[in-house]
Design a protein around this ligand. Structure first.
Ligand code: NAD
Length: 316
């Protein structure tokens, strides 16, 4: 089996590539390395450094003619989307459209798309389901929602099969301290630098944090399941920022200095996605508890963390 992963040099995409290769699948990557990194790329995958908006990227798809196309390449930074809406739209809408067209021409059996809880906007419901109204509050949420609509229409008009996966807040190794859901990586970055951690608001705000390896297994399940469905990939659990910090303190073994600052404008208090549809249709469930996921992420950062502690001891 052959698959292409767009965004395969990025945080989530690179973990997906590793898991596909472990399963004996032939993997090709399309990534322009704007936020992805060559070091993330599995040596057994073939990387094409091209833009998803380019003619070259379409030709690669038509030459490879993969069985499935995972579309993760994106402008994935909410703040940047508000600052540069045209760039966000070019990558997330036009880029997706370019990839969809090429997949249709190459008769790709399945198009699997990385969408987001940002499509719902500022809904504060206890537990959101896929049927909830979508009122994006950022251009990122809007561009992802628009891309979803194109994908559905490609099925209606051309029978291009798809699964749309709406991820909750993903965290884990290789995540850069920015972009969507990056709060955990921002905390690790602060720990590494040996400074205090800034908490916006009272820290009681909650999110549905899901470990990257659980996102990967849902993506793999979507190869054979969930055709023509939009499915949330989440833990259905609320974890507060204060809880994350307590877990990190336990793992780190040293108390972490927190500084509480004013809440960020527009930040929602709670966000949690129901994962019933994913467990039913994908025969999938998340396997990592937040403690286990944070521990693995900590181990990944441990070398940097030890150097930071030694440096601060030497400086002190
Ligand atoms: P990331 O920035 O690490 O990965 C995105 C990848 O796409 C990078 O490797 C980047 O170089 C590549 N890319 C960007 N623009 C490109 C272009 N024009 N052409 C080719 N490649 C391009 O981000 P991530 O967190 O790994 O996100 C992966 C996907 O998951 C994105 O589609 C994102 O919207 C979605 N998502 C992420 C989260 C999260 O919490 N991280 C949550 C919901 C959805």
């Amino acid at each position: 089996m052959k698959v292409i992963v767009s965004g395969g040099a990025g945080f989530i995409g690179s973990h997906l590539v590793d898991a596909l290769i472990d399963r004996g699948i032939e993997v090709y990557i399309i990534d322009n390395l704007v936020s992805g990194q060559k070091e993330n790329v599995n040596p057994q995958a073939q990387l094409y450094v091209v833009d998803i908006c380019s003619e070259e990227a379409s030709k690669i798809i038509m030459n490879i003619r993969p069985d499935a196309f995972y579309h993760l390449a994106a402008q994935a930074d909410v703040g940047k989307s508000v600052q540069y809406p045209k760039y966000d739209g070019d990558v997330n809408i036009i880029g997706t459209l370019n990839m969809l067209e090429a997949c249709r021409k190459a008769s790709v059996r399945k198009f699997i798309f990385a969408s987001t809880s940002a499509v719902y906007g500022n809904l504060n419901n206890e537990l959101l389901s896929e049927d909830e109204i979508t009122v994006p509050a950022s251009f990122y949420g809007l561009s992802k929602l628009t891309a979803e609509s194109y994908i559905r229409l490609f099925y209606e008009l051309y029978r291009q099969s798809y699964t749309i996966l709406r991820y909750a807040n993903v965290y884990g190794p290789r995540q850069l301290p920015k972009g969507e859901g990056g709060v955990v990586s921002v905390f690790f970055d602060r720990l590494r630098k040996g400074g205090h951690i800034n908490v916006h608001g009272d820290g009681k705000q909650t999110r549905d944090f899901i470990y990257v390896k659980d996102i990967v297994t849902a993506n793999i399940a979507a190869l054979e399941n969930g055709d023509q469905e939009t499915i949330q990939v989440s833990t259905s659990q609320r974890t507060s920022i204060n809880e994350i910090l307590s877990f990190l303190t336990d793992i780190h073994g040293i108390s972490i200095l927190r500084e509480f600052t004013a809440p960020r404008e527009g930040d929602i208090k709670h966000s949690c996605l129901c994962n019933k549809k994913a467990t039913n249709l994908l025969s999938w469930k998340p396997l990592y508890t937040i403690e286990d996921g944070l521990k693995e992420t900590y181990e990944f950062h441990q070398h940097d963390m030890t150097s930071a502690c030694l440096e601060s001891e030497q400086m002190g």
